[in-house]
Design a protein around this ligand. Sequence first.
Ligand code: ATP
Length: 589
Amino acid sequence: MHHIRYIVAALLIAGLPYLAPNDYYLHMAQDIAMVAIAAIGLNILLGLSGQLSLGQAGFFALGGYGSGILATNYGWPLWASIPVGIAVAAVAGVLIGLVALRARTHYLAMATLAFGLIVEILAQRWVDLTGGSMGLIGVPQLNLGDFANGSLYFFWIVAGTLLVVQMLNDYLMQSHQGRVLHSIRESESFAQTVGINAAVWRAGVFVAAAVLAGISGIFFVHQSGYVSSDAFGLDRSIALLIAVVIGGLGRQYGPLVGAVVVVLLNQFIADLYEYAMFIFGGILLGVMLFFPGGAVGMFELAFGRFRRAADRESDRPSGERPAPRHFTRTAAAGDGPVLELEGVSKSYAGVVAVDKLSMAIQPGTIHALIGPNGAGKSTAINVIAGLYRANGGTIRFRGQDITELAAWRRARLGIARTFQNLQLIRNLTVCENVMLGLREGQRGFVPGFARWLATPRFEAEEREEAMELLRYLGIARFADVKPGSLSYGHRKLCELARALAQRPTLMLLDEPIAGLNDEEVREIANAIKLLRELGITVLIVEHNMGFVMSVSDAVTVLDYGERIAQGTPEEVQRDPKVIAAYLGTEPVS
Ligand SMILES: Nc1ncnc2c1ncn2[C@@H]1O[C@H](COP(=O)(O)OP(=O)(O)OP(=O)(O)O)[C@@H](O)[C@H]1O
């Protein structure tokens, strides 16, 4: 009975036509459902993946006209014209999704705005096809059989579709796919380092939003037997945006609440039609300034404080931390180097940051890459992780040439990393951040949705695996809080747990103790040694010499992008070139 809310909603939908005093209310409910379907799509696009579209009315129009024109002008039956309408919207979604891979932020907003305007102008001017602003007349209604007016059945179809879309949305928000979208919004390069093909996701989410807008448009066109191009203007795109923001951007029920508010407001201000945009604009501004969480956010704020804090698990002393299971990827000592760089170079517009660097990292060791400021350490780690492409040389991981592989592919092969300036997803809990790293056993959308329908504990195994890692690193007590409320040291440990969740063979740690106090440094040093115990090979970039010398098995020293020394910590410490690089004097020859 974990999905009781949907059963109640289905009963309400079934009963509402009989309870509504007259058709006017039913019509309003239909409008709300239509707006909500498209708004859910926009919320996924903007609220989850962070991509702003000002052209959703374009998809709405393409879906609607795609089906409406075939059914009206060419006499197609609705069962055939509707899938075509959805397909037209989806194809447009793919095309705009491809644009979204090139244009970000306000450029993307402008591109989608232009798309919406083009569709609107086509709808107005291509009168033979669309009827222009005079309208397409005699559009068949979606009334299922004998019901001439069909409002009862029509409501059931629209509201039933909304229910299914809302369920898919709810699954998305609670699942791995939702976490992926959160991560893409916060940092695409970070997402790639946990094995996410961000480009595919960004484009895919555009298609999903386009299809939902298209379905909404199809319902709209087949609602009343008549449709004019005036219905597909910019104001519709803006109204959707307003619904999403007023409801609460990124919130599970934000679009539904926003759709109710927008449709009701439209009714109240029907007499002030000329000022409608002005009034909506004012409300949008007010919400964004004073209640950025929207109506759902306000509700959470008001009632969240009465919610009982969940019992939190307490952490055991470090001696009693069982090692996590599932570490299968580790490389054995006889396998040869885990990572080999051969003459790797990287320059930025003339600045040679890494110069023909060669080094080998042996399995199961902690290898440090050190050097003065600007020596090229971060560049080297980014080139290894695949965030930057090398200009020359070869990188081999467990014998495989990965020089040309995308970052997400390298992550999937078993290279995980942490960042100098922490990359944790603010809107996810500590446990969910760690779950983001789990790749193995992740289900696709459809099997995941089926499992979600079947059991409330649909991600119990993933959660338990993440908890094991948190316990291992001694931060299980923070599992259910957002990373923002943790100390800097605990956040570093959380990031380490997330990287561990990728079950890596090689872990790249970029300045793991920068900004930490002595106690926190000790914790991180212990954690890094635990990684070695799990058989993971570690490459650390770090400034703090004392720390490097205490944890590493081998050290490579860079200066001006070139390798100037390599060896055990003791050997490197005695090397005159290293002393000179750090003290700024000429080497004693
Ligand atoms: N995105 C960039 N564009 C241009 N130059 C860059 C860029 N990133 C780094 N550099 C330059 O490349 C050189 C190496 O920088 P890098 O950040 O890799 O060194 P680092 O050893 O990590 O330094 P630090 O210890 O200060 O972090 C520096 O001269 C730096 O100014």
